[in-house]
Ligand binder design. Structure first.
Ligand SMILES: *[C@@H]1O[C@H](CO)[C@@H](O)[C@H](O)[C@H]1NC(C)=O
Ligand SMILES: *[C@@H]1O[C@H](CO)[C@@H](O)[C@H](O)[C@H]1NC(C)=O
Ligand SMILES: *[C@@H]1O[C@H](CO)[C@@H](O)[C@H](O)[C@H]1NC(C)=O
Length: 694
């Protein structure tokens, strides 16, 4: 490669490399999962079953190449990632680009939306809440992620990267402040807040014309503005911020289209809630118990709300705050340029067997080791963003056959395991069982990508605020003390590559709230990660290679599920698929919601990746021009099976007519697929009569 030779030459003269531009590629693709009948992943609530779609899920990929090394960061509108998804994406990429993309230089990071279909995580414990493995969820993610990287790969141009950061208040609160207070006084005194308020932005600019082509924004907040009563697929607050940032920089292009790609990626959001009014007892209106987040001893009634009056409004408000801050950073007059080589390092780690020696505050050395994964009792209590439904302690019967199986399974922890996890009381000893296959990951990925002075620390789970601060500081110090950039900026990229629940500090762990109870490798989990990431950072900067670590087992052929394939569809006598059953009013105006209904098929037959179940069309000259799709905030696609004998479905489409909608003649189109008794899947479409927006 010519650019390689040039860079090698430049590298000979010490500082010339600093000014060389990068090769940069950005890409986006639709990865929306099955919008109906599949349980959403996040709240572990059996009744939160998909009933349609509000916002599509997208995968956003960013490739940076310095002429010698290339690394890829991908942010995905999904709860999290796992080994299986990454393995299949890499297989797909290898078929196209040989060994350009490997597990070493590719980070897949979930945004952590709790309103997307689950069942793709493979570790049984994580798929149980969704009744097992769901092939359709898995396939949509793999296809969309792969396509986003292809799109980025095919669009590589010479470019520059800029780094900015700023403070965003009023968009997040700590949902376990009692745990946070367990951290040492002198450590807490270093910070103004009990959550991180910093938004970090990387902005990608094409050299040839100085046009911005992409941005990644990291801000620590749970995408749980949409609560566990929502059944429409949604990318939640961060996803809506992305769509708006992209529309803003793509001259109002429809969601999922346009060159500029803007991500809002996850960070150390473990104990961070977007429900900024905080928790309240919904029955009495009083404050919840500070330590246990219960009302009269019950977790169910202690729920956090805000900042809006309902979840849709709250999602929009938080998204707006993220968007405004991102735009402000984007327009900053003198951003710091990212310069220096691209580096990366990766190692698989067997957490239960991971050991380290740490130095305590009083100077004493201590040997530490991980524990086999296990969940504590508080895990079943859930959080104030979505309280748990099951009270395992009192042994109530649940209506989830899988949970019942969990409870009835007897795999008691050993004395050693109990001691290892103490003071966590073990509820589910996931490390003690391998039947029918792994329940929770034992092998995790640890990985760092370095773009010049920016270190992306890819962590396999949800770090709490203080855990994230400690890890960032450790990596930053290690990079600098080993001769890396003096201005190293560490960024924690959450939910990367594989999911291992929470990582609380050892002090927070003592209180055993939800985050501590879900810190699955025991009280020293964070210290083991800090030790490991220091090794990674040092080796990366010094150009040393690490042994790859143990390969995680591929159990994709053993997966079990209680999720049945979508049934055949039918219509009422005399009707056809696509028939409009409820026409719009003849004339509407801004502020109205247009509601129409169609005889339709089950969206599970086809997620219409890159397309839409809805188009709102405006008559323009002789043409109908699409002004909104199902990925727009203003539209909702709702699906309901109305007769399980005949397979009849009712598709409802809603369109909020916004202030900016131009007067004129409109109509609404619906696309979908239906399944015949013989199993064939056929497309259909329908369209309403036209109507006037006055
Ligand atoms: C793929 O990469 C390997 C290892 O770098 C190399 O030996 C092989 O020739 C490459 N194959 C193709 C088709 O480029
Ligand atoms: C979810 O939000 C709705 C308002 O949008 C509210 O009525 C409901 O109580 C909330 N439920 C939970 C469990 O947070
Ligand atoms: C240091 O602190 C640890 C943990 O608090 C304690 O177990 C140990 O005895 C202390 N060592 C000394 C020398 O004070």
């Amino acid at each position: 490669m010519k650019s390689k030779a040039i860079l090698a030459l430049l590298a000979l003269s010490c500082c010339a490399l600093v000014d060389a531009d990068y090769q940069i590629g950005v890409g986006r693709a639709d990865c929306t999962g099955p919008a109906a009948e599949i349980i959403f992943m996040g709240y572990a609530k059996l009744s939160q079953v998909g009933c349609g779609l509000h916002l599509r899920q997208f995968s956003r990929a960013f490739i940076v190449d310095d002429g010698e090394n290339r690394a890829v960061f991908v942010s995905i509108d999904s709860l999290t990632m796992n080994h299986g998804v990454r393995r299949q994406v890499l297989k797909n990429l290898a078929a196209l680009y040989n060994d350009t993309y490997t597990e070493k230089n590719l980070v897949l990071s979930g945004t952590h939306s709790h309103s997307t279909p689950g069942g793709f995580l493979m570790d049984l414990m994580l798929d149980i809440p969704c009744l097992g493995f769901v092939q359709e969820s898995f396939d949509s993610l793999v296809d969309g992620i792969t396509q986003s990287i292809i799109n980025a790969h095919e669009s590589m141009v010479e470019g520059k990267i800029f780094l900015t950061s700023g403070t965003l208040l009023d968009a997040n609160i700590n949902r376990s402040p009692a745990s946070y207070l367990y951290n040492p006084d002198e450590e807490r005194a270093k910070y103004d807040y009990d959550v991180d308020k910093e938004m970090v932005q990387l902005k990608f600019v094409r050299s040839s014309d100085n046009q911005p082509i992409g941005a990644i924004n990291w801000f620590a907040v749970h995408p749980t503005s949409m609560n566990n009563t929502n059944c429409l697929v949604s990318s939640d607050n961060v996803g809506y911020a992305s769509i708006q940032l992209e529309a803003y920089l793509n001259n109002g292009a429809l969601p999922g289209t346009g060159e500029f790609v803007g991500a809002f990626a996850s960070s150390n959001l473990g104990d961070v809630s977007p429900n900024t009014k905080g928790p309240i007892c919904i029955d009495t209106g009083e404050e919840c118990d500070f330590v246990t987040s219960t009302c009269n001893g019950e977790a169910k009634t202690c729920i956090a709300f805000g900042p809006g009056d309902n979840m849709v409004e709250s999602t929009s408000i938080i998204a707006g705050k993220l968007l405004d801050k991102a735009k402000e950073l984007f327009d900053q007059a003198e951003p710091e340029e990212v310069t220096g080589p691209v580096k990366y390092i990766h190692q698989y780690v067997d957490m239960p067997n991971e050991k380290a020696t740490i130095t305590l505050a009083n100077g004493t050395e201590q040997e530490i080791q991980g524990c086999p994964p296990a969940m504590g009792y508080s895990f079943a209590g859930g959080t104030t963003d979505g309280p748990g439904e099951f009270d395992f302690a009192q042994g109530t019967i649940t209506d989830n056959p899988f949970w019942d199986a969990v409870r009835n399974f007897v795999f008691p922890p050993t004395e050693e395991e109990i001691a290892c996890h103490a003071p966590k009381p073990i509820l589910v000893n996931t490390g003690g069982v391998d039947f029918p296959y792994s329940w929770q990951a034992r092998i995790v990925t640890t990985q760092i990508l370095l773009f010049g002075q920016v270190a992306l620390i890819a962590v396999p789970g949800e770090f709490t605020t203080m855990s994230g601060r400690r890890l960032r500081e450790a990596v930053q110090d290690t990079i600098i003390s080993n001769g890396g950039p003096e201005n190293t900026k560490p960024v924690l990229t959450g939910h990367s590559n594989v999911y291992t629940n929470y990582i609380a500090t050892p002090e927070e762990y003592q209180l055993q709230r939800y985050e501590g109870g879900s810190t699955i490798y025991g009280p020293q989990t964070l210290n083991l990660y800090i030790n490991k990431f220091k090794q990674l950072a040092a080796a990366m900067v010094k150009g040393e290679t690490l042994d790859p670590g143990p390969t995680p087992h591929d159990f994709s052929s053993q997966l079990i599920t209680l999720v049945f394939p979508a049934a055949a569809d039918g219509t009422a006598l005399g009707q056809n698929f696509g028939d409009c059953l409820q026409q719009p009013a003849e004339s509407v105006s801004s502020g109205d919601t247009v509601v129409v209904k169609f005889a339709g098929g089950n969206p599970r037959h086809n997620s219409l990746l890159g397309s839409s179940y809805i188009s709102v069309e405006k008559a323009t000259g002789d043409d109908w021009v699409v002004v909104a799709t199902d990925a727009n905030w203003e539209t909702r696609y709702l699906w309901k099976r109305t007769n399980s004998d005949t397979g009849e479905n009712e598709v409802t489409i809603e369109w909020d007519v916004g202030e900016t909608v131009e007067p004129g003649e409109y109509r609404i189109r619906h696309n979908g697929h239906y399944k015949t008794e013989s199993g064939a899947i056929n497309p259909y479409e329908g369209v309403t009569q036209s109507f006037t927006v006055a």
